[in-house]
Design a protein around this ligand. Structure first.
Ligand code: HEC
Ligand code: HEC
Length: 393
């Protein structure tokens, strides 16, 4: 009898041990498939055609594009556009476009600061603060509509808004053409670009727009990798690329060569009913679904364009990774807003991700891989009031 009981006990113990080992084996295996591939395997997979890459973790209704090398600006180097681009460059750097004569486009969009300025919000006329963070202008030819709420469809439509904006350059547009026409040094620029020296608001907008269409970064490590240089990405950046497309789900919105869908999403950063409230896309469309939605920004050059987000309230990329890991912000309405039909809802695309600290580091390494060197563009010589020829004598 005793022996039998002992045997039964032993059998019980043995099966517990077996069950436990099976569990350990199963969970390790599960972890392996979830963690995916070794870095060598990832390098092999991602060096192949994108059509052979692992399927991305994209929701069913999403229209997405694969990550791809950035195409060159189709406007740069086109001979017939050069005079227009050169005029636009001078106008972009000229503070005489502002009423005070102190602020140019480049005051806020500084080439050396990746065409942004490192501040939470822009500082404009009379040192007044704007409400939004200054976007970089890199690739603005491809990332339309423009502004965080998409209110400008083209760079032409966009160009004159900051000139007229009382918080930015505060310059009455009806007075601008006569003011520029008086600066004799501009005559040859307008002649070359348009055939005569007449200055109009539309001509100024067109020149500014074409200049901005030429702004692009240098070739990034990511682009080198995508074009076949297998070693261009570090191990961390490579793992970050895979995470970006799969577990971290970033590719749902940041996709294609410019890492943006050019669409509007609600990340829960609208501060509805609070001091920093910004209703975003709703201000343009008046569609309640758009309350608190902002445009997905390009992530090219992103490591140099902080502080981040439409309000510039996020100074740390680690902090941004932690927020995405939590599924972003899901603010609950305070009692007075409970029945408010406008109370914004955070996008369902955002979910808790379960990222490890190492994975967050890898995502940041991937963002580093699409950020290139500091870009220096010397300020062009400003046309003189008496005309360039006079000035040169
Ligand atoms: C006082 C600072 C300031 C000045 C001066 C300024 N900007 Fe901006 N710019 C901003 C801010 C802030 C935004 C974002 C505003 C928004 O989204 O509502 C912006 C947005 C833009 C955008 C849209 C970029 C995108 O990706 O959506 C373009 C293009 C642009 N500015 C070009 C210009 C030009 C051209 C000038 C000169 C005529 C100029 N800016 C002058 C601060 C400034
Ligand atoms: C639901 C769409 C969506 C998803 C998914 C998404 N983003 Fe974003 N991302 C946005 C939008 C929209 C903004 C701007 C929001 C704002 O300013 O209110 C943004 C802003 C950012 C910024 C700040 C850029 C700047 O110039 O200020 C970074 C960095 C960023 N996202 C990285 C990521 C990473 C990494 C992931 C994946 C973990 C990710 N995003 C997933 C839509 C998305």
């Amino acid at each position: 009898m005793k022996t039998t009981i002992k045997n039964i006990r032993e059998i019980g113990l043995l099966s517990t041990v077996l069950l436990f080992s099976a569990f350990v084996w199963f969970s390790c295996n599960k972890e392996n498939t979830e963690k995916g591939y070794t870095v060598e395997k990832l390098r092999e997979i991602y060096s192949d055609e994108p059509s052979n890459w692992p399927a991305p973790n994209v929701d069913a209704d999403i229209d997405w594009k694969e990550i791809a090398p950035v195409p060159p600006s189709p406007y740069k180097g086109v001979d017939s556009l050069q005079p227009l681009i050169e005029l636009g460059k001078v106008l972009f750097f000229d503070p005489r476009l502002s009423s005070s004569g102190q602020i140019s486009c480049s005051s806020c969009h500084d080439p050396q600061l990746s065409w942004s300025n490192g501040r939470t919000v822009g500082v404009g006329h009379d040192h007044q603060l704007g409400q939004r963070n200054t976007p970089s202008l890199f690739y603005s030819w491809a990332t339309t509509p423009l502004f965080w709420d998409g209110r400008a469809g083209t760079l032409e439509q966009q160009a004159l808004e900051p000139v007229a904006n009382p918080l930015e350059m505060h310059q009455g547009l009806h007075l601008l053409p006569a003011k520029i026409e008086k600066i004799k040094g501009y005559q040859p620029y307008f002649e070359k670009a348009f055939g005569d020296e007449v200055v109009t608001v539309d001509r100024i907008a067109s020149a500014l727009a074409y200049f901005q269409r030429t702004l692009e970064g240098r070739e990034s490590k990511l682009d080198k990798f995508l074009k076949g240089d297998k070693e261009a990405l570090s191990d961390d950046a490579l793992k970050g690329l895979h995470l970006f497309r799969t577990k971290a789900r970033c590719i749902n919105c940041h996709n294609g060569p410019f890492l943006t869908d050019n669409k509007f999403h609600n990340l829960g950063l609208h501060y509805y009913g609070r001091k920093y409230e910004d209703l975003g896309r709703y201000l343009v469309t008046k569609d309640t679904a758009d309350v608190g939605r902002f445009k997905t920004p390009t992530l090219r050059e992103v490591m140099r364009t902080g502080p981040w987000m439409h309000n510039g309230l996020f100074p740390s990329m680690d902090g941004i990774m932690n927020m995405y890991d939590h599924g972003m912000a899901r603010p609950k309405p305070r009692p007075e807003f409970e029945d408010d039909p406008l109370f914004p809802k955070t996008s369902d695309i955002l979910k808790p991700l379960g990222l490890t600290p190492q994975e967050k580091k890898e995502l940041i390494a991937f963002l580093e891989s699409m950020t290139t060197h500091i870009y220096r563009m010397p300020r062009p010589e400003m046309p003189s009031a008496e005309g360039n020829n006079v000035a040169q004598q």
